[in-house]
Design a binder for this molecule. Sequence first.
Ligand code: FAD
Ligand code: NAP
Length: 336
Amino acid sequence: MIKKNFSLKNHNTLGVVVQANDCFFAHDLYSLQRVLHVYSKKKVQVIGSGSNILFTKNITGLLIKMHIKGIYVLKKQAGYVYLKVGAGVLWHDLVCFCLYRNYGGIENLILIPGTVGAAPIQNIGAYGVSLSDTMVALTAIHIESGRLKIFSKAACDFGYRQSFFKKNQSQYIITDVTFRLTLPIKHQLHTQYGIIQHTLNQMSLQNPTIQSVGNAIMHIRKTKLPDPQKIGNVGSFFQNPMVSQKKYRRLKKKNPNLIAYAIDAQHVKLSAAWLIEACGWKKKVVNKVGLYDKHALVLVNHGGATGKSIKAFAQTIQEDVKKKMTVDLKFEVNIW
Ligand code: FAD
Ligand code: NAP
């Protein structure tokens, strides 16, 4: 059923209230295909839970809200378990399901808001692990033709917070995602981020498990990140920029405290949060928009800011970082 004049005010929309003329709640594949057939001439946009979208205007086409559920164990083979998961399952629920059954590989991605269907869009990642480390394939509907297509991992063209789908927005709707996760014999812990090791030590855990890594990360995230239900935010608003080694050396000479991580022989990842703080933005608030006090990459709506004013604030930061640091900051959030 299509809902008319649907308001997204109860979603994680950075505290911005928007309305969609027509909204369809997709609970299964076949009704979704039927609706796409009827609405083929209208602009179609899909949303999971809205935790990575900045709305700057109302939605005049058809908004599809993804609700396809289900977690299916396809097979267990050679130390791995294969799961097929509906796009409308909440990502954090999937991580908890896996930890409960001792399936490993996505524990570092615990507490990331949003749906499973949105996770491949920016190849969600945290604490040294990305979705692409465990995803094997996904199913998507081509919006224009209504045809189903299976994408292998290679076809998703994943990169750092990037994918084929992020580059080609509003062409496909992801309906399910298949993962290959580890059974105990194959578990591998990813504790290279210093804060994880530090937190595990604080918890006096000598022999950590995937469950204790999950718990440690949940604890870190709860202390460091704002809850979108309480204060409007979309997580990191900007991506950490990648620069050449040459550019990094030049910047480091001028800014000895610059925080950066070597990616490979040619590239270095800079901390966007450090760049923003170094440009003096930490405490600024303009038109009810500012940065979260514990995290400079997270823009927050102090109440009543519009999508346009949030975008304008972010653009001013971009321009300032470009001017002072000669670095391009790209939006990680999707601007609608
Ligand atoms: P939405 O915001 O609804 O949509 C995001 C984009 O995906 C839109 O372009 C939308 O059209 C598209 N999309 C959604 N569903 C589908 C579908 N089924 N098919 C095709 N396209 C679709 N991200 C990280 O990578 N790592 C983190 O650690 C992290 N932490 C966060 C912490 C907080 C507090 C917040 C608020 C956000 C964080 N994020 C993080 C960002 C966000 O959680 C992810 O981008 C998440 O995948 C968004 O899911 P969603 O369902 O809310 O997507
Ligand atoms: P943090 O631990 O304070 O680290 C700051 C930045 O340094 C991070 O962005 C991270 O890059 C990088 N970093 C830290 N240790 C690293 C290492 N050993 N190797 C390579 N890079 C390293 O980060 P945080 O901001 O609190 O976030 C923790 C994790 O959650 C990060 O992975 C972050 O991406 C993720 N997160 C993402 C969002 C989002 O919306 N995208 C929101 C909150 C948290 P990476 O970001 O590349 O990991």
